[in-house]
Write a protein that binds this ligand. Structure first.
Ligand code: HEC
Ligand code: HEC
Ligand code: HEC
Ligand code: HEC
Ligand code: HEC
Length: 475
């Protein structure tokens, strides 16, 4: 009877071929790299999906590919020898004296050693790199729009994975699955443009926002000075001054934050669309009493109620895309677009709102159009302040490049911002005096519930003067 050893010895003999040995190299390399990555992915709570792709998809794939090479090489060598009539009649038995076996083990030992040396150089920092915004935003061109907006946000130092990858094992596996799906989409070029808002899949705000912003500290009142330039020749600067009632925390919570997230308050709502712009139904519990506010004809799906959290209002905390008016106001208040160039606001707006087929086309046409306007209409100003016109034109292009991405089908206002009510529905998704309770109470639209409008488009608001703030270019 043939023993296992008898059976193994021809395999050892035939495995001594280039293809099988290459398979051995691949298998050990994949295995060693996998082992190096594994503790890192298990240790840190938030791992970038692409690390997961490497660990759970790419390396196992390479490993199996290497494994398949080994029998392939054996098969080919055996067939070749048989064709040439070189098949040995007898194979060396499997024991330490077998030269083929010693060669094989020696080879595996050397490759494993070399792989460990190489893989250990694949240091922690390269894995960390994959978790950085740079990798998420800059390496992956699909995320370019978010990265561009993120760089100039209040959260430009909060890593993407901090908000986007769920905690614990389930969030981790889900991110892996998502990451894999994303890469497949990118390879097949079938990813959605624009990328939809992932509200469903975001980490709950209690684990993200609230790890830095304490809920009990609800920030009292906050003054906002919204500066805006006119479309007249002088780009006349006016101010809207709001006193925002953000409120207090604790048992007597009030104001914007307190009303929705204060102690003993829960607010659940139903949205009839994926991006949550239509909210026909709200359940509001405060002080142990629940009130239902429903818009006329509301048909809520009770399985789809969502508890309100920070990101229902602050839905663009990190990558806020701007509207052209506001972006230009901001650039003008920084002096990036010169507020003393006649009609700078009006011209800038017109140019930046045009449709350009590609980012490249915009890159050529926007500065040319802005400079062209001054060359033609104000030749004297153009001659004297050429650099100022050119740098303003560049700033205008930069506004476009941070907010419009034709390749991703992102244009002005593609992603609504829910913090407010003038640009998008925002607060007025609920605060529209249409959502009524059974006893006829509505969700208020009383302006002063949320803010006092201290000044509305005034050139020189008294309030700012009284506070000793020179009504300069606000923010
Ligand atoms: C402070 C938390 C936070 C950080 C940090 C953050 N995001 Fe987001 N991200 C969100 C929220 C909230 C949404 C959902 C937006 C919505 O519902 O309108 C979102 C949505 C997205 C979307 C879907 C498309 C869109 O714009 O709505 C992409 C893509 C995205 N983020 C990528 C990134 C990238 C890349 C980074 C790092 C450069 C990043 N995010 C950093 C909170 C964050
Ligand atoms: C890692 C800590 C961290 C996390 C997580 C975080 N923030 Fe912040 N946030 C900050 C810091 C620090 C600032 C102040 C930045 C500044 O003033 O430039 C800030 C500022 C803000 C501001 C004021 C922005 C402004 O323009 O004045 C808002 C609103 C805000 N965060 C909301 C959120 C929300 C909503 C989330 C969750 C989606 C969140 N933050 C997650 C640290 C964090
Ligand atoms: C009902 C909508 C809503 C919810 C929910 C909400 N906020 Fe706000 N938040 C606002 C508004 C409105 C402002 C004021 C914006 C302004 O001043 O322009 C604000 C301002 C802030 C600021 C800036 C405060 C300052 O002093 O500059 C921070 C930080 C902040 N919110 C964090 C949070 C966090 C964290 C949560 C979740 C625990 C949260 N918000 C939930 C509406 C909301
Ligand atoms: C999902 C629906 C919904 C959204 C969106 C929403 N709110 Fe509310 N809000 C409510 C409900 C419900 C109440 C409680 C109404 C009541 O008790 O009469 C409320 C109460 C308030 C109150 C207290 C009003 C009072 O009379 O004391 C303030 C202030 C407020 N909201 C501000 C805001 C701001 C600012 C935004 C946008 C950034 C906003 N809300 C977005 C549902 C919403
Ligand atoms: C449910 C709360 C709420 C109610 C009610 C409300 N506002 Fe506002 N309002 C906001 C928030 C939030 C902002 C955004 C502040 C910011 O830009 O950060 C805002 C912004 C504004 C702005 C500044 C717009 C700009 O240029 O950016 C004006 C003006 C304004 N509100 C007027 C009103 C008037 C008038 C009413 C009464 C009809 C009213 N609001 C009712 C919450 C409210």
């Amino acid at each position: 009877m043939r023993t296992f050893r008898d059976w193994l010895s021809p395999i050892v003999f035939f495995s001594n071929n280039l293809i099988s040995l290459a398979g051995v190299v691949v298998v050990t390399a994949a295995a060693v790299t996998w082992l190096v990555f594994l503790p890192i992915t298990l240790r840190s709570g938030s791992v970038h999906p692409y690390v997961g792709i490497v660990v759970y998809l790419l390396l196992p794939g390479i490993f199996i590919g290497g494994l398949l090479l080994i029998p392939l090489g054996i098969y080919l060598r055996r067939r070749g020898m048989r064709k040439r009539g070189e098949l040995p009649a007898h194979f060396e038995p499997i024991d330490p004296r077998n030269p083929e076996l010693r060669k094989l083990f020696g080879f595996i030992a050397v490759t494993t050693f070399l792989n460990i040396v190489i893989a250990s150089q694949l240091s922690y920092s390269s894995v960390r790199y994959m978790e950085t915004p740079n990798f998420c935003g800059a390496t992956c061109h699909v995320m370019k729009p978010e990265f561009a907006a993120y760089e100039v946000s209040a959260h430009s130092k909060v890593e993407c994975v901090g908000c986007h990858v769920g905690p614990g094992a389930s969030g981790f596996m889900r991110a892996k699955a998502n990451g894999v799906r994303q890469v497949v989409h990118i390879v097949l070029n079938t990813y959605p443009r624009p990328i939809p808002e992932p509200l469903e899949r975001l980490r709950p705000a209690t684990e993200t926002c609230e790890s830095c912003h304490a809920r009990r500290r609800f920030f009292g009142d906050r003054m906002r000075d919204l500066a805006s330039y006119g479309t007249d020749e002088q780009n006349t600067l006016t101010h809207t001054v709001l006193m925002m009632h953000l409120g207090t925390g604790g048992p007597h919570s009030s104001g914007v934050h307190g009303a929705h997230l204060g102690e003993g308050v829960t607010l659940r709502y139903y949205a009839s669309d994926d991006v949550r712009q239509n909210i026909p139904y709200v359940e509001y519990t405060s002080g142990g009493k629940m009130t239902v506010f429903a818009a006329p004809g509301a048909k809520p799906d009770p399985t789809k109620l969502r508890a309100m959290q920070c990101i229902d209002c602050h839905n663009r905390p990190a990558h806020t895309f701007q509207l052209p008016e506001r972006a230009i106001d901001r650039a003008m208040s920084f002096g990036d677009i010169s507020p003393t160039l006649p009609f700078a606001k009006k011209q800038g707006l017109e140019i930046v709102k045009q449709t350009y087929a590609t980012g490249q086309e915009a890159g050529a046409k926007i500065p040319a159009a802005f400079e062209g306007y001054y060359r033609k209409t104000y030749p004297e100003i153009y001659a004297q302040r050429r650099d100022e016109v050119a740098s303003s034109a560049k700033a205008l292009l930069s506004i476009y490049q941070h907010n419009v991405f034709p390749e991703m089908k992102i244009t002005w206002g593609t992603y609504p911002n829910n913090l407010g009510h003038t640009d998008f529905n925002g607060c007025f998704r609920c605060h529209d005096e249409q959502h009524a309770s059974s006893d006829g109470k509505t969700i208020t639209q009383d302006c002063s519930a949320c803010h006092n409008v201290v000044a509305s488009d005034e050139k020189n608001p008294k309030a700012l003067v009284d506070l000793g703030l020179s009504p300069g270019a606000g923010k």
